[in-house]
Design a binder for this molecule. Structure first.
Ligand code: A2P
Length: 349
């Protein structure tokens, strides 16, 4: 085989365009690419390694002869078309929440649970962006000390809600600075009843609310973390906040370790060499992670590690990562690279 025929579903979107970029940078052998989106974008011309690629309307037969399909066009599109892709022999890496919690669907962050790939039946789910960077930061510590409890507060960039949300942040900010009226139409959730100002105004709602008062984003962080770490006894809770930042999520994480003996220096030394982590933790010199520095990078940046003053074996950290890269496009392409390396890039019989 010369390489894989790769389809990107949602190629015109905030994540899809980054998927293309990650594929361009990847060592994955690629024979051809196909860009798929809605009818609205059919005929639009995008690039792959300098060559023109015409965007096509997504239909079931788009997946004939495709080996790998990366999906990021919303849960509804994945529910309808991912099974069509698998039926036609394509391995799907799905960046939506459509299949993440389904039994038998691996939910994978390569730094944490690459082994789950061995059980795939054609479809692999890419976790939620805010969950990915948190587990990348916590897993190396969990491996040494065990993990009992996590309490996280997120500060999430608007790009997690797509290109329209980025545009809304820009236009609304500009309008407010110009002293003009602006009617929000996208955030906090495009499909919910009310829309609120995001410019200069954090919103404690990401995704819709559940009956118990948690937002669905918070629900995802809780349940996806347990599934990825394969530990249903792990105690996790989350508060998810959308902030007026275009790209890169920031998270304040409190965690309790199972074993005694950890201290800040030991945790720093573990994270210094951990895969996918860059330690930026030097408060005396004002070194700590920042969204503006994380944008465009594949790593998760970790700093502000502190021992809890009140409770034993408990610590705080602050982590930042590009939600469109490690939180989405890079994690998906990284999964594809691992599938290739492990000789798993095929739909099992
Ligand atoms: P399109 O540009 O044609 O609307 P974002 O997350 O930035 O909002 O992007 C969403 C992506 O999903 C876009 O590429 C969008 O294509 C694509 N998309 C949305 N709805 C559909 C659909 N029904 N079929 C195929 N692609 C879709």
């Amino acid at each position: 085989m010369d390489g894989y025929n790769v389809a990107v579903v949602g190629a015109t979107g905030a994540v899809g365009t980054r998927m293309i970029q990650m594929l361009e940078e990847s060592k994955l052998p690629i024979a051809s690419v196909k860009y798929l989106a809605s009818k609205r974008s059919a005929g639009k011309v995008l690039k792959f390694k300098g060559a023109d690629v015409v965007v096509e309307e997504l239909v079931p037969d788009s997946f004939n002869n495709i080996n790998l399909a990366l999906f990021s066009a919303g849960g509804g599109v994945s529910k309808k078309f991912a099974p069509e892709a698998v039926k036609r022999g394509a391995v799907v890496v799905d960046n939506t929440s459509a299949f993440r919690m389904e039994e038998g669907v691996p939910l994978v962050v390569p730094e944490v649970n690459e082994d789950a790939l061995y059980k795939h039946k054609g479809l692999i789910a890419n976790p939620n962006c805010s969950t990915i960077q948190m587990v990348v930061a916590l897993e190396p510590l969990r491996e040494v000390y065990g993990l009992k409890k996590v309490i996280v507060t997120t500060m999430q960039a608007v790009s997690g809600a797509g290109n329209r949300a980025i545009q809304e942040l820009h236009d609304e900010t500009q309008a407010i600075l110009n002293g003009e009226e602006y009617e929000p139409q996208v955030l906090p959730v495009s499909g919910d009843k009310k829309h609120y100002q995001i410019a200069f105004n954090p919103l404690a709602q990401i995704d819709v609310f559940e009956d118990d008062g948690y937002s669905h984003e918070e629900w995802k962080m809780i349940h996806e973390t347990k599934k990825i770490m394969a530990d249903q006894d792990l105690q996790v809770t989350a508060t998810c906040v959308r902030v007026p930042v275009a790209v890169a999520h920031s998270e304040a994480v409190w965690f309790e370790l199972e074993k005694d003996g950890a201290d800040v220096a030991k945790l720093q030394s573990i994270l210094k060499t951990a895969p996918g982590v860059v330690l930026q933790d030097d408060p005396k010199n004002q070194i700590y992670p920042q969204a503006v520095n994380a944008e465009g990078k594949k790593d998760t940046f970790v700093g502000r590690i502190r021992a809890d003053k009140e409770q034993a074996n408990s610590f705080h950290l602050y982590c930042v990562s590009d939600n469109l890269l490690k939180g989405a496009a890079w994690n998906s392409v990284q999964i594809a690279e691992r599938l290739h390396a492990l000789n798993l890039m095929r739909v099992p019989d």
